[in-house]
Design a protein around this ligand. Structure first.
Ligand code: BEZ
Length: 221
């Protein structure tokens, strides 16, 4: 995939938003930020995604994660659209900023262009990209969905919890398939059994597999 990907520093773009001018690195500060794009304002799937994200905002805030939307219309359009989003799900209060990118320059730099989806003028729209950016301003994880598929915010939250768990343990643990907070994690391949005994005093369990290589080790954190 060309362009911004895992490990890359997010460009320090300065853009208008529904909360005024935003410089992305200043917005990141020293925390995690989710930057997520939408094909266009006043479109059906995007409206449901924006409302869903607003509903999860408190959960992200509890984890110290800020939200930053982006859609390729101007701020005046975004502000009108927010009225629809809040009306669609009564009780919704959309508190996160939405960046404006009417000339589509930011979505190119953020690797959020959908090559298949075009507006009435034939100009490419953004895909449903979502970058989880760390305090060091690098991309930790990206989702790349087409216009036809709305994202699952439970999965976004689960991915955040996984990243935060791995970071808290300095990359010595990882989360297995379908992991949820509270489940056991796996011990990373770079950690020897000797180190694992020191790091996880409550112990760990090694799966007994035909290869006998002992690489699948579970522990509680
Ligand atoms: C939508 O948000 O529903 C949408 C946007 C662009 C193309 C297709 C669907």
């Amino acid at each position: 995939m060309p362009g911004l990907t895992i490990g890359d520093t997010v460009p320090n773009l300065e853009l208008d938003s529904t909360h005024g001018r935003i410089r992305i690195h200043d917005f990141i500060g020293d925390g995690y930020v989710i930057i997520f794009s939408h094909p266009a304002d006043f479109t059906p799937v995007c409206t449901t995604e924006m409302a869903a994200m607003a509903g999860y905002a408190q959960e992200f805030k509890k984890r110290g994660v800020k939200l930053l939307g982006i859609s390729c219309d101007d701020v005046a359009s975004h502000k009108e659209w927010i009225k629809d989003i809040e009306a669609y799900k009564p009780g919704t209060n959309l508190t996160y900023p939405i960046l404006a990118d009417p000339d589509r320059s930011a979505i190119k730099q953020l690797n959020m262009v959908d090559p298949d989806e075009k507006d009435a003028q034939g100009v490419n729209l953004p895909s449903r990209t979502l970058h989880i950016v760390g305090p060091d301003r690098t991309v930790k994880l990206s989702f790349l969905y087409p216009a036809c598929t709305g994202r699952n915010m439970d999965e976004v939250l689960r991915a955040v919890d996984s990243l935060l768990t791995a970071a808290r343990h300095k990359g010595k643990v990882a989360t297995p398939a379908n992991w949820k907070p509270g489940d056991r994690v796996v011990i990373g391949p770079s950690v020897s059994d000797e180190e694992a005994r020191k790091l996880f005093p409550d112990g760990f369990e090694t799966a007994d597999l035909p290869s006998k290589k002992g690489y699948l080790r579970f522990t509680k954190v």
